[in-house]
Design a protein around this ligand. Structure first.
Ligand SMILES: [Zn+2]
Length: 320
């Protein structure tokens, strides 16, 4: 792929690197175990002590050296109830991390040989790891803007129209100027001040400079309790940049999203739009990491676990 040539060597992670690091299911299990129980150490609730784990032969679980309570690295992760091999999961994550514009479930199906239904499920699960709920925007200022995403119409064209169109799903986005240049985007029920201002207050530090266009919903932003300095660009007068006053960074992000939705995902239902936005934001916020973004996705697996570490399948007492 041509694009790979533009990634600096130290940020490159090729398919050979992947095959070398993860040649088998066992290598993936071992990797996941290290993520969740670094050094193979765990506090065993059953026998109440810091214990070492050993692999249980022939099964994707580990056991406490002292009391044999079993620990599954997959418990609570997106892999937990899946019959798809762990290596295929890893490969799907690798694929998702290795394209700039994202790939479709169809491509995952083609590349991995799983059924479309399985590919779609894997795709959704992996994307569910990519939200960034705690991010606060800093930098020299924050641009904000809304856009509308529509599904396919009868003529197969995807619409991205302006405000006041009920059939379109509104999306609100903000991006940092300078600093890390991070973006965040949200599906919102509407674009009223009562909806957008709480999102802004939660994510943008007080006294930040905020840049918007002239849309009336932003009128009160300069009077917000967070003391924002509000600068606006007059798009209606065909002015798009005045000094540092513009919203071109967030608009650039919108065009990435639109291209992605149009070119890769074909159509997006309202139900899944937020996860698409999460994926695009995750990628955009790590755009200087080349395809080491794969590591960032792998790390999310163990950061986002939702149940105890102990294997539910084990016949041993379950430590809670
Ligand atoms: Zn134990």
């Amino acid at each position: 792929m041509k694009r790979h040539q533009t990634i600096p060597a130290h940020l490159r992670y090729t398919i050979s690197d992947f095959n070398r690091q993860f040649p088998t299911d066992d290598a993936c299990i071992e990797h996941l175990k290290e993520q969740r129980f670094p050094g193979g150490l765990v506090f065993c609730e059953t026998c109440q002590g810091d214990r070492k784990l050993h692999r249980v032969k022939g099964r994707p679980v580990y056991a406490c050296d002292e009391c044999l309570t079993q620990f599954s690295p997959m418990a609570g992760t997106i892999f937990e109830h899946s019959s798809t091999s762990l290596r295929l999961w890893y490969y799907a994550m690798y694929l998702m991390a290795s394209t700039r514009c994202g790939i479709s479930a169809k491509q995952i199906q083609r590349e991995t040989g799983v059924t479309y239904k399985t590919a779609w499920r894997m795709f959704r699960q992996i994307r569910s790891l990519l939200s960034e709920p705690d991010t606060q925007l800093e930098g020299l200022g924050v641009e904000m803007d809304e856009m509308y995403v529509g599904g396919k119409n009868k003529h197969g064209k995807r619409g991205m129209r302006g405000r006041d169109n009920d059939e379109k799903t509104p999306v609100f986005g903000m991006v940092e100027r300078g600093g890390k240049g991070r973006v965040m985007a949200f599906v919102t029920p509407d674009v009223k001040a009562a909806t957008l201002f709480p999102i802004i207050a939660e994510r943008v530090l007080p006294q930040s400079t905020v840049f918007t266009d002239e849309y009336s919903v932003y009128d009160q932003l300069g009077k917000h309790a967070n003391c924002y300095e509000h600068k606006r660009i007059q798009h209606k007068q065909n002015i798009y940049v005045t000094g540092d006053v513009h919203t071109q960074t967030i608009e650039g992000f919108w065009s990435l999203v639109k291209r992605g939705i149009g070119g890769v995902y074909h159509s997006v239902s309202r139900k899944y739009l937020q996860t698409y936005l999460n994926e695009y934001s995750f990628r955009y916020n790590r755009r200087d990491q080349g395809n080491l973004i794969f590591n960032a996705i792998l790390k999310r697996v163990s950061e986002r676990v939702d149940s105890p570490l102990v294997s539910k399948e084990s016949g041993n007492p379950v430590a809670q």
